[in-house]
Design a protein around this ligand. Structure first.
Ligand code: F6R
Length: 261
């Protein structure tokens, strides 16, 4: 794992955007795995800026989002499709037919999940997967005790996640109980994983993921087994890491040729 501790979410997001931009410039047909929620908003703002001001070209890219609420259609204000449209897709030149988001209204959920997995494989696999982390350590919506080998499927949200996400809805009772999410096995197959975490509320989950045992009780801890997992943190989310001075030292002494890798 590479732990990148930055002063604030804007700086962390600029670092993550630099990595993605370097990937896209090197591989214009890159397959991007995308996340929703509050965390990636500054990253998407930076990617949109790079598109506008620096000509970063997404026209050859393909995207797969991690998850969607079951029961919410594209026009629901809290659906992840709507979120992506507003926060990224309307601001860059990704082609509509290359965008993939699980369909919260799919009539046959298991068949839809199997087809989603197949599209990822058919695209050549995800080059870089963006992740946030839940305060309970979930990635995608793989809640604690999810199988570390799981594939795209339906999951039931914990009470804590429904409460954490209530601010996207009119009230907590409007938060759906179920989601379709890529599995942990699906996420682990991405060639690079970029996890962003900001704020005190994430500090415990981050410390468990980085320095705790690998356990389904903190699903993000499986990233310890990933060959290219990069964690972009602000000071608050890094505050419970015992070895944070060492991570800073490593980053400050990174050879120049490694910077965009
Ligand atoms: C969203 C997702 C979730 C969020 C996590 C953190 O697509 O998969 O794992 O990344 O719940 O959410 P925020 O960023 O709102 O704190």
């Amino acid at each position: 794992m590479e732990i990148i501790i930055t002063p604030d979410p804007a700086a962390a997001s600029r670092e993550a955007a630099r990595f993605l931009a370097a990937l896209i410039r090197k591989k214009p047909g890159a397959v991007l795995g995308l996340a929703t929620g509050g965390t990636p908003v500054p990253l998407y703002r930076e990617l949109a800026r790079m598109h506008r001001e620096e000509g970063l070209d997404f026209s050859g890219c393909t995207s797969f989002n991690l998850d969607e609420y079951v029961g919410l259609g594209a026009d629901h204000p809290a659906s992840y499709r709507r979120f992506m449209q507003e926060n990224l897709f309307s601001l860059i030149n990704l082609q509509a037919d290359r965008i993939h988001i699980p369909d919260g209204l799919a009539p046959d959920i298991p068949a839809h999940c199997a087809a989603y997995e197949k599209s990822i494989t058919d695209s050549g696999g995800i080059d870089a997967q963006v992740l946030g982390i839940g305060s309970d350590g979930h990635v995608g919506f793989n809640e604690p005790t999810s199988s570390l080998a799981s594939r795209t499927r339906i999951k039931t949200l914990t009470r804590r996640t429904r409460s954490d996400n209530a601010h996207f809805f009119e009230s907590e009772s409007d938060v759906p109980h179920h989601v379709i999410t890529m599995g942990i096995g699906t996420i682990m197959e991405a060639r690079a994983v970029l996890l962003l975490a900001f704020g005190e509320n994430k500090a415990e989950a981050v410390a468990g993921a980085v320095e705790g045992p690998i356990t389904a009780s903190n699903p993000a801890s499986i990233l310890q087994m990933h060959p290219q997992a990069k964690l972009y943190l602000d000071e608050q989310s890094a505050s419970k890491l015992a070895r944070r001075d060492y991570y800073r030292w490593v980053f400050d002494h990174k050879p120049g040729w490694q910077r965009d890798r």
